[in-house]
Design a protein around this ligand. Sequence first.
Ligand code: DX5
Ligand code: ZN
Length: 216
Amino acid sequence: MAQINPSILSADFARLAEEAKAVEGADWLHVDVMDNHFVPNLTLGVPVVESLRKATDIPLDCHLMIEDPDRWAPAYVEAGAGSVTFHAEAAAAPVRLAREIRAMGARASMALKPATPIEPYEDLLPELDMLLVMTVEPGFGGQAFLDIMLPKIRRTRKLIERYGLPLWLQVDGGVSAATIERCAEAGADVFVAGSAVYSADDPAAAVAALRERAER
Ligand code: DX5
Ligand code: ZN
């Protein structure tokens, strides 16, 4: 079953509560946290996640594009995130961090930038609930999908199967009606979509259309 996670990065930040309600039927709300250091862009932090938690029933999928996630990730679980994704390139102690996130009651997830291979992290997979393969360079919405990431999605799916793990495989960046089938065919099962959902006249219908294509 495909999960569709709209990214509020493409929403109107002055109307986040309404924008969260506009994607009813979505599985998770994808919340992009950027610190202007790990990526060249700045978005939101813990207080906004706390407020969003109160404003919507959709579980929050927090994607931390920040330096020192070892220090900051637990605060996002406390703020109400149901899933917290840290970047492999930024975490000093990914196993310890994943265990801490899980012990606090959230799903632990690790993200890979386009140039980061999955293979060095193979042994960490049992510590994770989800792996995020970025299909753009993180930092901005509305970028073109990187087709060259499809082999990495395929290799990651094979590893997950080889280990027999219940891990979810998320893709994020440039996911749209035009690219989601390729991602699904390569083995992704959780799809983040920002501009494809929020630039649509009817965001909830866009979510349904993406789901239909992913499950074809
Ligand atoms: C990019 C973010 C994405 C972004 C995706 O760094 O991690 O979640 O919102 O936006 P689209 O779907 O427009 O590529
Ligand atoms: Zn993201």
